[in-house]
Design a protein around this ligand. Structure first.
Ligand SMILES: Cc1cc2nc3c(=O)[nH]c(=O)nc-3n(C[C@H](O)[C@H](O)[C@H](O)COP(=O)(O)O)c2cc1C
Length: 195
């Protein structure tokens, strides 16, 4: 059985509209996928600072990649499909997701340093990014989340990247509800298209 890792990086819990895209995706994904869901607000994630950073470097130098603290990286590396749901914040995504990404970007697990440069080491064939935005940023050069996630895919060796985005949800006079429903449909269709 294949594994889909659903990384819920929403912050507003049941009020989150981005989470609605994720729920639609999860509901329409083939049962051929086992779904592993990570709700980042419920995980004890730490940024890489102080002793937490130093001990990581020591563990890496000792080659102790099986240490429990690297479990997020191993889980990410082994998934067949990666789905990230994150609201659009400050032209990118919430810092909590960056902390998660810091914790999974690990030489020897998700990528390998070689004489020819970095080589991706993840199993997934695709990363799917689900987001909602207050304003209109689709195709804007100020939209900094998807270019970064695409670059990470290259670094991790994930060949495909797809995005479902619902824009303009907080714009006065714009039908944000319809935009959200359209995004929900797109997320459902994308999930249903995967086998
Ligand atoms: C801290 C914060 C920062 C935000 N930054 C932006 C932004 O830079 N551009 C934008 O269009 N909307 C921004 N928004 C609005 C959100 O993108 C929008 O409300 C989104 O739908 C929130 O998703 P959620 O319902 O899943 O929480 C921001 C909202 C918050 C709370």
């Amino acid at each position: 059985m294949k594994t889909a890792l659903l990384i819920d990086s929403t912050i507003r819990g049941k009020d989150s509209r981005t989470r609605k895209l994720l729920e639609a995706f999860a509901d329409h994904l083939s049962p051929a996928y086992k779904q592993d869901r990570l709700i980042l607000t419920e995980e004890a994630l730490q940024p890489l600072t102080g002793d937490f950073f130093r001990s990581r470097q020591e563990l890496l130098e000792e080659g102790r990649l099986d240490h429990p603290r690297f479990r997020y990286a191993r889980q990410f590396q082994q998934a067949d499909l990666i789905v990230i749901a994150a609201p659009f914040w400050d032209l990118s995504f919430p810092a909590l997701l960056k902390i998660y990404l810091e914790n999974i970007s690990l030489d020897g697990i998700t990528f390998l340093s070689t004489a020819d440069g970095l080589k991706g080491n993840c199993r997934a064939g695709e990363m799917i990014y689900l987001t909602t935005r207050g304003g209109f940023y689709h195709d804007s050069q100020d939209e900094q989340a998807s270019p970064y996630l695409k670059s990470l895919c290259r670094m991790f060796g994930i060949p495909e990247f797809a995005m479902v985005d619902a824009d303009g949800l907080d714009v006065a006079g714009y039908d944000g509800e319809e935009a959200l429903n359209e995004g929900i449909c797109q997320a459902a269709q994308l999930a249903a298209s995967l086998c």
